[in-house]
Unconditional design. Structure first.
Length: 438
């Protein structure tokens, strides 16, 4: 008599696995690559796939897309992990691919986290990619220019996958709610904005969105086949107080305004608080980093040029590392901006120059500073009388660079703040010299 096993039965797959798209029509996002007439879609539909690397953040469909390609092109699919596979395993798989090729079967080898392979492991793929034994599809969250060997990279087309939009994630979750692979056999009741809140929390990651949705539904109030989800359930499942922050709504703009104005007012404590409010509500750290970079020139400028370097470095750190680790890099940048001397002279200068540029579009470039690459242009006196500043003793000339109608116009007016005081002194010296050498 067979004894009953309490662990018998099929273990249910996670929602993200059950809802893995099986076709390009189900695949969400990456319209720049897979939209009608786009390059990757054309390659797939014409069965002209070659080795490639998918570079993008987690949860955007790199593995799923590789599987769809294998199915669409009727190829054998081998899933490789850079974490658990060595050179021996690579060569064994490559030999099997060689054998399959003799029988007319192509093999797609998908290598997840290919950046984790060392040089020797990556080189093991080279001969098989070169002779066409395999089509290699690598996936990486790191810049392949730095993480993939040049020889292998040169034989692969790099496609950049982007984070999914909130709309993309909402579509995925709605499908999961109504599809029988997901919760289609149940009636799920939840507030209208809850899927948007989960999408905000997932921050462009489809796997995170579906996993959160699954947890929320499984913890909902069940009555027969009906599951009711409340905001309290969502809050408990995400450990977030009001996720509730809509990245496209008024609160989004209120918080970024609060951050910007706190930095402008040299209040690092308030700036860090508003930063934390945004990040903990699921704001894209790259969005914050872009705004901080803008602030560095708009509100600090030449009063401390180092501010721009700090802001750009913080943006790069956010790109490479992501949340939650990059929160400290953004804190570094935000506190630096708040403590730096302030000047909006560059912002004002561009605004005034832009106004003139838009209202005086036809002003000719003075002949003296025009380029003269041809004899005809030289005959028309292009560049005639040009003075090369490096040849002058003071590295200054009295050459006119503005159009006649704008002669004497001043856009950049430096302040006395921080290092800009030095630029102000230098500018005054330049203007005095030009006045004396008219």
């Amino acid at each position: 008599m067979e004894q009953t096993n309490m662990f018998a039965g099929e273990v249910p797959q996670p929602l993200a696995s059950r809802m893995r798209p099986a076709s390009l029509e189900e695949f969400a996002g990456q319209k720049h690559l897979l939209g009608p007439g786009k390059v990757l879609r054309r390659l797939i539909e014409s069965d002209s796939i070659s080795s490639m690397i998918f570079w993008g953040p987690p949860g955007v469909g790199k593995t799923t897309l590789a599987r769809i390609i294998a199915q669409k092109t009727k190829s054998q699919f081998i899933d490789f992990s850079a974490v658990t596979s060595g050179i021996k395993e690579i060569r064994q798989v490559m030999l099997k691919a060689d054998e399959a090729r003799l029988f007319g079967t192509r093999t797609i080898v998908f290598v997840d986290e290919i950046h984790r392979f060392n040089k020797a492991q990556q080189d093991a793929f080279l001969p098989f990619v070169e002779k066409g034994s395999i089509i290699l599809i690598g996936a990486t969250t790191e810049n392949p220019s730095f993480e993939v060997n040049g020889a292998l990279l040169s034989r692969c087309k790099v496609f950049v996958l982007q984070s999914l939009t909130n709309d993309d994630l909402v579509v995925l979750m709605e499908r999961a709610i109504h599809d029988e692979r997901g919760f289609g056999r149940q009636k799920v009741i939840m507030p209208e904005n809850m899927l948007e809140a989960i999408a905000t929390f997932a921050n462009g990651d489809a796997r995170a969105a579906l996993s959160t949705l699954e947890m929320v539904v499984l913890n909902g109030d069940t009555n027969g086949e009906t599951v009711t989800i409340t905001p309290e359930t969502l809050e408990q499942c995400t450990s977030k107080k009001s996720l509730l922050y809509d990245k496209g709504g008024e609160e989004h703009y209120n918080l970024i305004s609060a951050l910007h104005k706190s930095m402008r007012n040299s209040d690092p404590d308030a700036a860090v608080y508003w930063l934390a409010r945004m990040l903990e509500a699921g704001e894209d750290p790259l969005y914050v980093a872009r705004r901080v970079t803008r602030f560095a020139s708009e509100d600090i400028g030449l009063a401390d040029s180092r501010a721009l370097e700090v802001a750009v470095a913080a943006y790069q750190a956010c790109h490479y590392i992501g949340m939650p680790e990059c929160s400290v890099h953004l804190t570094h940048a935000v506190v630096y901006m708040a403590m730096a001397p302030k000047s909006n002279a560059l912002y004002v200068a561009y605004g005034e120059a832009r106004k003139d540029a838009l209202t005086q579009l036809a002003e000719p470039v003075p002949l003296v500073i025009r380029n003269a690459p041809t004899a005809l242009m030289q005959n028309l006196k292009y560049g005639q009388g040009y003075q090369y500043a490096h040849d002058a003793k003071e590295k200054l000339t009295n050459m006119q660079c503005l159009p006649d109608s704008l002669m004497g116009r001043e856009y950049y007016r430096p302040t006395e703040e921080g290092l800009e005081a030095r630029y102000k002194e230098r500018l005054e010296q330049i203007k005095q010299w030009k006045k004396e050498h008219k």
